[in-house]
Design a protein around this ligand. Structure first.
Ligand code: C2O
Ligand code: CU
Ligand code: CU
Length: 490
């Protein structure tokens, strides 16, 4: 039988993306090493790198055509949105210094705009929600890549609909490469995997996005299962060698506690804004929505023939007030499997990383000109707010002089976690009350998790062009409900 994905024209513009049945006897193509079905013997071949579902866009000029589409993600139907006919969205790959021309074509039957999360681009290129275009219209992006290599993110930023549109498919990797990183000769090709981690609610065989007002006011819309690149119970066959895994938490609300099922160390080489200066060895990483990590794993060091990448139980992020309205699966901090690696008896190329990975140039703490205090709070009438305010397209919270170095100090007075994100910058985390700055926060960041009761300070260098930018909570239910403010670079 046909092993690959095939697209069937049903009627009009509705396309059904079909998958081979779960327990098929299809023969496997050795170049397609990712398996994704729940069965351990015979399973659907699946490889992010070679499967046509995720294509890589590496030209300097291309189109992003968004449309409505019905997907069948194994047992689950999703009435979602495709980009260039696929789900999840294609991976954009480019390099420092490149000029990009991207023609965004909105055909989803609703307003939409794309934001390049983590990229420092001019205000009109940043995907501010006020720039959203109606269905049938286009938005033309032209910008130059002026920043270091890293694992970035692009997604819909339509105010009030961001979570919905991300859940339904408008979210993908945006990878920047540069010479500093190339010199490290990191694992690539089949030895480099980009894994988009998203929780979904699989309580029925249709994946629906229906947050209640209470969910939106508490932990957000939580699923009970993690899909990896759109695949539930994901599996992948690997060789006994070093792999590079780029992880992106593309969930609307779920915070992942990333670790290995056998509790081995993770070798962290990069975060939101690219490579760390030196690798960190960690047993777990709290990865909030929109955060990314770049890790190395040596499968030849695993004693067993399988190992799972999991989200381990975490008391730190369990909501004390019992935010999960629907039972224990729908709360933060519950243990979940993400992807199972089957280690084959085959040696791959050897790799060991150098002690020094990169050099991060950033202004010193002493050069900070001012401190801005930002209080995250819950307003009884309206929900989560920042400094007592909620999103108003007309209002600008802070005016920051271009080139300024500032300390932004976030205090979370609420009972739930808020991953705070700034557009137009990469920052450094300089202090965190209670827990201290975590090892995975030592590089450049664009999103930082602020837990209940915590105060987190970040050092920010505002180098982007003057104009309107945003800062907001990246729990997308919170963001859509108004936990987002404008700031301007002047
Ligand atoms: Cu990833 Cu304003 O967002
Ligand atoms: Cu962003
Ligand atoms: Cu929030």
């Amino acid at each position: 039988m046909e092993r690959r994905w095939f697209i069937q024209k049903i009627s009009g513009s509705t396309l059904l993306l079909s998958l081979p049945p779960l327990l098929s006897n299809c023969s496997k193509d050795p170049t397609d090493p990712i398996d994704s079905s729940g069965s351990t013997d015979e399973s659907t071949p699946y490889n992010l790198l070679t499967d046509r579902r995720i294509n890589t866009l590496n030209q300097s000029e291309f189109e992003l055509l968004t449309d409505t589409q019905e997907f069948q993600l194994h047992d689950y139907k999703l009435n979602g949105y495709s980009i260039n006919g696929v789900y999840p969205s294609p991976t954009i790959k480019t390099s420092k210094g490149q000029q990009l021309k991207i023609d965004f074509k909105n055909r989803i039957g609703n307003r939409c705009i794309i934001h390049w999360h983590g990229l420092i681009v001019p205000p009109l290129m940043d995907g501010h929600p006020s720039l959203a275009v109606s269905s049938g219209e286009d938005y033309n992006y032209v910008f130059e890549i002026n920043q270091r290599a890293g694992t970035y993110f692009y997604h819909s930023h339509t105010h009030g609909l961001t979570a919905n549109q991300v859940y339904k498919g408008i979210a993908g990797f945006f990878i920047i490469e540069d010479q500093e990183e190339a010199a490290l000769n990191l694992p690539k090709g089949n030895y480099e995997l980009t894994l988009l981690l998203q929780d979904k609610r699989t309580t029925s065989n249709e994946l629906i996005y229906t947050p209640t007002q209470m969910e939106a006011r508490m932990d957000g819309y939580l699923g009970n299962q993690i899909f990896v690149n759109g695949v539930p119970n994901a599996k992948h066959k690997v060789e006994k060698t070093v792999y590079r895994l780029r992880l992106l938490n593309g969930s609307t609300a779920r915070i992942l506690n990333v670790s290995w099922s056998n509790q081995m160390d993770m070798t962290l080489i990069g975060t939101d804004g690219g490579l760390l200066e030196t690798a960190q060895h960690l047993t777990h990483i709290l990865l909030a929505p929109a955060e990314r990590v770049d890790i190395l794993v040596n499968f030849s060091k695993v004693n067993d023939s399988i190992v799972k990448l999991i989200s381990a139980e975490s008391d730190l992020i369990k909501t004390s007030s019992g935010g999960g309205m629907m039972g224990s699966n729908f709360t933060q901090g519950t243990p979940m499997d993400m992807i199972l690696f089957e280690i084959q008896d085959k040696e791959g190329p050897n790799y060991s990383h150098p002690p020094q990975l990169s050099v991060i140039n950033y202004p010193s703490l002493e050069s900070a000109e001012r401190i801005r205090t930002i209080t995250l709070e819950m307003l009884m009438q309206t929900g989560h707010a920042i400094n007592g305010r909620q999103y108003n397209p007309q209002q600008i919270e802070f005016e920051v002089p271009q080139g300024a170095v500032e300390i932004w100090k976030f205090t979370n007075t609420t009972v739930v976690a808020h991953p705070m994100h700034l557009h137009g910058v990469q920052f450094r985390v300089i202090s965190r009350s209670n827990r201290g700055v975590q090892k995975w926060e030592e590089g450049l960041k664009d999103t930082v998790l602020v837990l209940p009761g915590e105060t987190v300070e970040i050092l920010v260098h505002f180098t982007a062009q003057p104009g309107l930018y945003l800062f907001h909570c990246h729990n997308l239910e919170h963001e859509d409900a108004g936990m987002m403010l404008n700031y301007a670079i002047v």
